[in-house]
Design a protein around this ligand. Structure first.
Ligand code: AMP
Length: 455
């Protein structure tokens, strides 16, 4: 097995690695670091949890240790799909470069332009950014990308999902074609393949086993959930969620609960809090300071349950999550792999439980096809009971009031002054309002006196 000190890394980087407590390089590090240090392009097919961040930051720091930054012209660029991931990459740089004097700037939403502009003006060695924010800075004329010697694209498959590929192509075209590119993706969709064929030059390809197959330490299970009445289904599903958490008891030291929709992230977190659970939400619509606070709380163990959307949870590095609960089966099967990869990290045991309602059964089949195994069915802890366990909910009120509105609408036609003719109405429709005799005027009245006499 290769050791870190056989990889030609800068001695100050090695010292930081030792202090971080890493003993041996992970497979992606073993494959990517030597090639990156030789100046080659790298195509890494790996996902979070494999040590891929260090596989590009360690050689970058080693390469950047020689040379100096120039004003407004960053020497390297790391593109990440989300702010959280970008912030995490920045933290990694701080950890591994702590014995070197390298400068960095972080261009992400929620961080002030002014401060980052000032850093860039002075010159940075590493610029870490989300694509949109980077282009904003570029268009404001504050930044030149012609000095970029190393460019990293992290989690390209997620960039594709989020519609960033045109931005990435543009950024590639703004950097010198002599740059070195380190490109990472968990999967190789055809669109990603097209990008790597266009922008990478004879890359060293390093592929590590999919996390789902590698991490046998994750115990998986799925609860099939059949809701009762449609208007109660959501609250019944939340009952199931609480019952699952309760059933795990103390074994569930902390958990990430994934929902497919941001609105459900909010509702679930609120509902859990209302029932006395220590929970908070994280999704893209929350402001940065709120997200940071929630994440810090979850990392340091003061928050037990983090309710999250896929995008917000992307790249979260929380090493000791005991449980992942999928409140919904994810729409993209790859997301299942990403989600459950939050637990059972670094050889620890972990448990991933999914709630699958009838309409998610197809999505579940897609997940099982991808991971090539059947997920064991668990007993529904409350067997679609009526939601008596759920405390009375204020949100019911407007629903109860709703039918009235429809009734009001139904009787509206009666007010219509236009006569509608007979026989069209429902049984309880007494027809148009009659003014005087209306159109029920007996025909004999309409006859002249003479006509009537004539019979
Ligand atoms: P990543 O795949 O970059 O998200 O890394 C996942 C986790 O593995 C992080 O907590 C890293 O700090 C940790 N890690 C990275 N490289 C190593 C290593 N060689 N040995 C032990 N832990 C590592």
């Amino acid at each position: 097995m290769t050791k870190f000190n056989e990889l030609n890394l800068n001695p100050k980087v090695l010292k930081a690695i030792e202090e971080a407590g890493y003993e041996t390089p992970t497979p992606i590090q073993e494959g990517a670091i030597p090639a990156a240090l030789e100046g080659r392009d790298v195509l890494g097919i790996a996902q979070t949890g494999t040590g891929k961040t260090a596989s590009f930051t360690l050689p970058m720091i080693t390469l950047l240790a020689r040379g100096r930054a120039r004003a407004r012209m960053p020497r390297s660029l790391v593109l990440c799909p989300t702010r959280e991931l970008a912030a995490q990459v920045a933290e990694n740089f701080d950890t591994y470069a702590k014995h070197l004097k390298l400068t960095k700037a972080l261009l992400i939403g929620g961080v002030s332009f002014k401060e980052q502009d000032a850093l860039i003006d002075r010159g940075v060695d590493v610029l870490i950014a989300t694509p949109g924010r980077l282009l904003d800075h570029f268009e404001r004329g504050k930044l030149l990308l012609t000095g970029v010697q190393i460019m990293v694209v992290d989690e390209a498959d997620r960039m594709l999902d989020m519609g960033f590929i045109p931005d990435i192509e543009r950024i590639f075209s703004l950097t010198p074609f002599t740059r070195q590119t380190l490109f990472f993706s968990a999967t190789m969709a055809s669109e990603i393949e097209r990008i790597t064929d266009t922008f990478l030059s004879a890359p060293t390809r390093v592929e590590v086993a999919r996390q789902a197959t590698a991490s046998e330490t994750i115990e998986q299970g799925v609860v099939m959930f059949k809701g009762g009445r449609r208007d109660r289904e959501a609250s019944q599903k939340r009952n199931v969620l609480r019952a699952l958490i309760d059933a795990e008891g103390e074994k569930c030291t902390n958990a990430i609960i994934f929902c497919n929709r941001k609105t459900d992230v909010d509702i679930c977190a609120k509902s859990l809090k209302k029932h006395g659970y220590d929970a908070a939400a994280i999704h893209g619509d929350l402001d940065q300071s709120q997200r940071t606070k929630t994440l810090d709380g979850f990392r340091d163990g003061t928050l037990r349950l983090l309710v999250a959307s896929d995008v917000a949870a992307r790249g979260l590095d929380v090493p000791s999550v005991s449980h992942v609960i999928n409140f919904d089966v994810p729409g993209h099967p790859e997301d299942y792999v990403h989600r459950i990869g939050r637990t059972g990290r670094a050889g620890r045991e972990g448990k991933a439980i999914t709630i699958c309602s009838s309409r998610d059964e197809k999505a579940l089949a897609a997940v099982e096809k991808l991971i090539q195994k059947d997920i064991p069915r668990l007993d529904n802890p409350i067997q679609a009971e009526e939601p008596k366990a759920e405390a009375p909910k204020p949100e019911r009120k407007p629903r109860a009031a709703a039918p009235k509105k429809t009734e009001e609408k139904k009787i509206e036609p009666r007010k219509d002054p236009e006569p509608k003719g007979r026989g069209r109405g429902r049984r309880n429709d007494r027809g148009p309002d009659v003014v005087g005799m209306g159109d029920h005027l007996p025909s004999f009245i309409a006859l002249s006196f003479d006509e009537r006499r004539a019979g």
